[in-house]
Design a protein around this ligand. Structure first.
Ligand SMILES: C[S@@+](CC[C@H](N)C(=O)[O-])C[C@H]1O[C@@H](n2cnc3c(N)ncnc32)[C@H](O)[C@@H]1O
Length: 249
C-alpha cells in the first residue's frame, strides 16, 4: 500500500515542469499512435478521455488529411490536443481552448507539447472575445479540422458548431464528441457518464442533411461516440441557417 506521504509527493511531482518533460520524453519512445494513446489514457495529469476504437478512427482520418490548422474546443488535460497534433505529424498549428485552466497547467502543457505547434488558451468558446481572438489568430486562414468537446449542453454544443463552422475550410472536417446517449438518459440507470444535449443536437445535424459519419465503438456503450461532418463551404451555410431555426423535440 502507498503511504499518504508518498501519494502527496507523487501528486506534487505530477504537477511539476519536470514531469511534463518526463511524459514528453516517454511519449517519444513509444512507436505509434496506438501506444501513445494507451499511455496518455492511463496518465492522470495529461489524460485523453476517449474510447480507443473511435478516437483511433478519427486520428487515422487526421493522419491521412494532414490538416494545417486545428481547433479544439474543450482541451481539459491536453491529451487529446497532443494526440491530434501527433496524428497530423507535426504539420499543423493547433489551438486548444478550455474555459477552466490555470497558469501552471498552461505552462506544463506548453512543455508537454514543446515539439509541436500547440497553443493552449484559457477561453470561453461562447464569448465574443474568443471568436474575435480566433479570427485575429487565423488572419483569414481556415481551420481544416475542428473538434467540439466543450460545453455539452444542447445550446452550448450547438452554439460552438454554428459559431465556428464558418471558420472551417471547404472539405474540412468537424468532429463532435459524445453523440451517443448516456445510460441515465437512455435506460434510467445512473452512471458517471453525462453526454448532455449533444446526442439531441447530433440528431439535428443529421436531419438537415450534412455529410456525416458516426464513429461509435459499441451501440450499447454508455455515452462517448464521435460524429464527424465533412464541411462544404458552398452547400452548408444554408444548412447552418436551418439548424439555427430548429428547436429540441
Ligand atoms: C469532456 S472535457 C474535454 C475532454 C478532452 N477533449 C479529451 O478528449 O480528453 C470538456 C472540457 O470542456 C471545457 N468547457 C466547458 N465549457 C466550455 C466553454 N464554453 N469553452 C471552452 N471550454 C469549455 C471544460 O472545462 C472541460 O475541460
Amino acid at each position: 500500500m502507498t503511504s499518504p506521504l508518498k501519494k502527496i509527493k507523487t501528486r506534487i511531482h505530477h504537477s511539476s515542469e519536470e514531469y511534463a518533460v518526463e511524459v514528453r520524453n516517454t511519449l517519444s519512445k513509444l512507436p505509434n499512435l496506438s501506444a501513445k494513446f494507451e499511455y496518455l489514457t492511463a496518465n492522470r495529469q495529461f489524460r485523453v478521455d476517449q474510447k480507443k476504437p473511435e478516437f483511433m478512427a478519427l486520428l487515422n482520418k487526421i493522419e491521412s488529411r494532414k490538416p494545417k490548422r486545428i481547433l479544439e474546443i474543450g482541451g481539459r488535460r491536453g491529451g487529446s490536443a497532443l494526440m491530434f497534433s501527433i496524428a497530423a505529424a507535426g504539420q499543423s498549428e493547433l489551438v486548444s481552448m478550455d474555459i477552466k485552466t490555470s497558469p501552471r497547467k498552461l505552462k506544463n502543457l506548453k512543455l508537454l507539447c514543446a515539439d509541436h505547434e500547440v497553443d493552449f488558451w484559457e477561453a470561453d468558446s461562447h464569448s465574443d472575445e474568443t471568436v474575435q481572438r480566433l479570427s485575429d489568430h487565423l488572419a483569414g486562414e481556415k481551420i481544416d479540422f475542428m473538434f467540439i468537446d466543450g460545453d455539452h449542453s444542447y445550446e452550448g454544443a450547438k452554439q460552438d458548431f454554428i459559431q465556428f463552422a464558418p471558420f472551417v475550410s471547404d472539405g474540412g472536417l468537424i468532429g463532435l464528441h459524445d453523440i451517443q446517449l448516456d445510460f441515465t438518459t437512455r435506460f434510467k440507470v445512473n452512471t458517471n457518464c453525462w453526454t448532455g444535449g449533444v446526442p439531441e443536437f447530433w440528431k439535428e445535424i443529421k436531419s438537415v442533411g450534412f455529410d456525416t459519419e458516426e464513429l461509435i465503438s459499441d451501440p450499447y456503450q454508455d455515452g462517448y461516440g464521435i460524429g464527424t461532418v465533412r464541411w462544404s463551404a458552398t452547400d452548408d451555410t444554408k444548412k447552418l441557417e436551418q439548424l439555427s431555426a430548429l428547436k429540441p423535440s
